[in-house]
Design a protein. Structure first.
Length: 97
């Protein structure tokens, strides 16, 4: 039986939200995750004391996820064959240390 292949984490930005990369590295090890691409950083008015990842909208082949920590927000694009609920569960598992 073939071992499932690990997903790929795309490094296209030099800056990321604090603590995001270790979570994404755990996420790509889960079945059904093909590619994870962190996107643009932004600022928000609200304050999120802990790192949060929330599935936002479907995109072709996956979902856009919003990562927030402090006053910083970052889009993360995840290509996956999982549905939204299974992806949210996979993110929750990856968020646990």
């Amino acid at each position: 039986m073939a071992k499932p292949t690990e997903g790929r984490l795309v490094w296209n930005h030099s800056t990321h939200i604090s603590g995001l990369i270790p979570v994404l590295e755990r996420l790509i090890r889960q079945d059904g995750i093909q590619t994870v691409t962190p996107g643009q950083l932004g600022r928000v008015k609200g304050h999120s004391p802990h790192l949060q990842l929330r599935v936002s909208v479907p995109i072709r082949g996956g979902f856009k996820v919003i990562a927030r920590h402090g006053k910083t927000v970052q889009e993360v694009f995840i290509l996956t064959n999982l549905d939204q609920n299974l992806l949210q569960e996979a993110i929750a598992i990856a968020m646990k240390k």
